[in-house]
Design a protein around this ligand. Structure first.
Ligand SMILES: NC(=O)c1ccc[n+]([C@@H]2O[C@H](COP(=O)([O-])OP(=O)(O)OC[C@H]3O[C@@H](n4cnc5c(N)ncnc54)[C@H](O)[C@@H]3O)[C@@H](O)[C@H]2O)c1
Length: 267
């Protein structure tokens, strides 16, 4: 039986730079939540690939990070384009020789116009599904070989809490984000034997500073009033969970969806 005086190994709290040595691709990191993911991942010790359709914004983020002494570079990508997603992974392999984490954050979001579903054209519907759902599939497929080669890794897919409440006037967006949850669960089953975790985050309404239809002042007041935590969410509120899911502390968590909406919905 152990006595109080028996020597024990030194207490290990785990690394405070939880992503040290990990190469992380973050799509849509040229602005908004993705940009803050990039900063949080870099601060946690990751080498960050800032990927965005807007290559100029992607480079601004990457330059800010390297200017602060972190490791980062940018790549222009259209996640809905098969060869573009593959080129993003190839550029990462060329630069850093490995990929450990993929954050599927890119989406058509702040650029969306809210409208009743029967006013959404078929082409707009297809584009939103193409980027917000098929784009996640294509980026996962492009990176899967590299994650298997590493002997493990993490995929973090950004869904949305609009799926839980069925927010109106966004039918293509909400449908794509619901698809992301199904994709997350099925892919977790397929990649689990390779020690790759696949999880989703469901952010509530987040103030990114980028103007958008869904964040008009009256809507924002209603949203905050319906949260248990009566304050506007910030991108840093989402980034902590993403860093955690990418870290070794979350190695046994897969196929899950974490709701980060200030307590608007309870699963
Ligand atoms: N902000 C919120 O309140 C909120 C809430 C729930 C979920 N989300 C989700 O979080 C993520 C980030 O949201 P945000 O507010 O920062 O959005 P945002 O619209 O400000 O930024 C999205 C980024 O994705 C990029 N992008 C768009 N299409 C792309 C493509 N085809 N290929 C590559 N990049 C592309 C854009 O250039 C942009 O930099 C999105 O997936 C969004 O759906 C946001």
């Amino acid at each position: 039986m152990a006595t109080r005086n028996q020597a024990q190994p030194a207490l290990e709290a785990g690394p405070d730079r939880a992503l040290e040595g990990k190469v992380s691709i973050i799509t849509g990191a040229g602005q908004g939540i993705g940009r803050v993911f990039a900063a949080a991942f870099a601060a946690a010790g990751a080498r960050v690939v800032v990927a965005d359709l807007d290559a100029e914004n992607a480079w601004k983020t990457a330059d800010e990070l390297t200017g602060a002494g972190y490791h980062a570079f940018a790549v222009g990508v259209d996640v809905s384009d098969e060869s573009s997603a593959e080129a993003m992974v190839a550029a990462t392999m060329e630069r850093y020789g490995q990929v450990d984490v993929l954050v599927n954050n890119a989406a058509i979001f702040s650029a969306l116009t809210m409208k009743p579903f029967d006013e959404i054209s078929a082409s707009e519907w297809r584009r939103v599904i193409d980027v917000n759902l098929t784009g996640v599939f294509l980026c996962c497929r492009a990176v899967a070989g590299a994650l298997r080669q590493e002997g493990g890794g993490s995929v973090i897919n950004i869904s949305s809490s609009t799926v839980l409440g069925g927010r109106p006037n966004y039918l293509h967006y909400v449908t794509a984000k619901a698809g992301v949850v199904g994709l997350t669960r099925a892919m977790a089953r397929e990649l689990g034997s390779h020690d790759v975790t696949v999880n989703a985050l469901m952010p509530g309404s987040v103030d990114t500073g980028i103007p958008r239809d869904s964040a008009q002042p009256s809507a924002v007041d209603q949203i905050v009033a319906s949260q248990a935590l009566r304050r506007r969410l910030r991108p840093t509120d989402i980034a902590g969970a993403a860093v955690f899911l990418a870290s070794d502390a979350a190695r046994a968590i897969t196929g899950q969806t974490i709701v980060i909406d200030g307590g608007m919905n309870f699963l």
